[in-house]
Design a protein around this ligand. Structure first.
Ligand code: UGA
Length: 439
């Protein structure tokens, strides 16, 4: 099948590459010439494990192409995927101007009947609107079918998820179109759930909102655990063994970040508001998530009378491991606070430092490894649970720091193991370890 994907952000590039891997001929369109040149040589503009290799292979096997030219990209194509961004507007709603422009570009260039598949996360009703935008602007007399096909890929695990997802949602108002999209996806071997367009659009928001709710829920439980002397890890484990609850997404910490949950939860509150429904629960989820970073900072401020002149080692900047993405990362708010308090911040992240420099306070000092960050530090904060940090010998903190006080925002270490070292260890929702030799 000849497929074109418009937009080579994280969703578009992963989708295009994986569709080529299962045998389709895929052209990816992007307006950025430099980016297109880079991708043609098999270099991914984003950090995503396994993506470069897969791109190179399919470029070599002549199934994956990149262009800035819409005419060339849409020529003779049977299926077009829209995967451009829907950034958040100031009021929390989704900005659909990029999607609208793609609709107009499609209308101006397609010369045969096409199925337009929306991958971008768009509010309920948007697919019907895109269809109208295309039909209103069509230059040639062709038939356009529209299909909503939301993505459920996690950054950092997107290639794995593409081949091992739980389901593929296909929303269409035309059975033929739905069947053809099902056929395209068959080689992935993932069950396809077919439904109507508006339900498919809603599934994406509801799924992300529910996952965000699980996180805020366990974070509140974690805050209570701290006060009543329980251990949130044990609580999550005991809860998660109930199949109705499930064990995933119950890791307490400093809240969710990234390009999806913060944006999609706010957008869903907005979608509900537009039909005069007050989504109170989801508003609470968003509020709790914001508060979670403050909780770590409050603990730190309680522990140290002043942070003025103190060396703070920050381990991890990305919003989660295995990505260089800094969007809505907890580290942005936390490092800003540390700088305001006069701390001397030494930060290290295995891959996100270049992106961090664009969004984090310029007074943060970047170092090239964990030991350098910890050297003579008064306190260490762990903000992203990279394996590199999880695998650290606790002795490394003791050997390098001036005072081995650790605030672990991601529960990387087992307190039982930490007890064997001369460190003071505070984590989220678990009893602190205070080694008497330190005090
Ligand atoms: C999320 C969803 O998991 C994907 O299914 C969805 O396709 C994607 O959004 C999207 O809408 O495009 P992603 O944002 O890449 O994927 O990352 P997640 O792995 O879901 O993590 C999101 C945030 O939640 C991270 O900051 C992570 O640290 C946090 N999190 C996750 C927790 O704090 N606790 C958990 O138990 C799980």
């Amino acid at each position: 099948m000849k497929i074109t994907v418009v937009g080579t952000g994280y969703v578009g590039l992963v989708t295009g590459t994986c569709l080529s891997e299962i045998g389709h001929t895929v052209t990816c369109i992007d307006i950025d010439q430099d980016k297109v040149n880079k991708m043609r040589s098999g270099q991914s503009p984003i950090y995503e494990p396994g993506l470069d290799e897969l791109m190179k292979k399919n470029i070599q096997e002549k199934r994956l192409f990149f262009t800035t030219n819409h005419k060339e990209g849409f020529s003779g194509v049977e299926v077009i995927y829209i995967a451009v961004g829907t950034p958040e507007k100031e009021d929390g709603s989704a900005n659909l101007s990029f999607v609208e422009q793609v609709g107009k570009d499609i209308a101006a260039n397609v010369e045969r009947d096409v199925i337009v598949v929306t991958k971008s996360t768009v509010p309920v009703g948007t697919n019907d609107w895109i269809k109208k935008v295309i039909e209103r602007n069509l230059v040639h007399n062709v038939k356009v079918d529209i299909v909503s096909n939301p993505e459920f890929l996690r950054e950092g695990a997107a290639i794995y998820d593409s081949f091992n997802g739980d389901r593929i949602v296909v929303g269409a108002d035309n059975e033929d179109a739905a069947n053809r999209i099902e056929e395209i996806n068959k080689p992935f071997g993932i069950p396809v759930f077919k439904t109507d367009i508006r339900s498919a659009e809603m599934i994406k928001y509801a799924a992300n909102a529910f996952l965000a709710t699980k996180i805020s829920f366990i974070n509140e439980i974690s805050n209570i655990c701290e006060k009543v002397g329980a251990n949130v890890e044990a609580v999550a484990n005991g809860m998660g063994q109930d199949n109705r609850i499930g064990s995933q997404f119950l890791n307490a910490g400093i809240g969710y970040g990234g390009s999806c949950f913060p944006k999609d939860t706010k957008a869903l509150v907005q979608i509900a508001g537009n039909v005069e429904y007050d989504f109170e629960l989801l508003k609470g989820v968003i509020h709790v998530n914001r508060k979670q970073q403050e909780i770590l900072l409050n603990k730190l401020n309680e522990r140290f009378e002043s942070l003025e002149g103190k060396k703070v080692a920050v381990l991890g900047l990305a919003f989660k491991p295995n990505t260089d993405d800094m969007r809505e990362a907890a580290s942005i708010v936390i490092t800003k606070h540390l700088i305001e308090k006069g701390a001397n911040v030494a930060a290290y992240d295995p891959v996100a430092m270049e992106n961090a420099k664009k969004v984090i306070d310029s007074k943060v000092h970047y170092v090239s490894n964990t030991t350098e960050a910890l050297k003579d530090a008064d306190v260490a904060l762990i903000l992203t649970e990279w394996n590199e940090f999880k695998d650290l010998e606790i002795g490394t903190f003791e050997e390098n720091m001036k005072q081995s006080v650790i605030f672990d925002g991601r529960n990387c270490y087992d307190p039982k193991i930490v007890e064997n070292y001369h460190v003071e260890y505070h984590s989220m929702g678990r009893p602190s370890v205070k080694n008497s030799k330190l005090v």
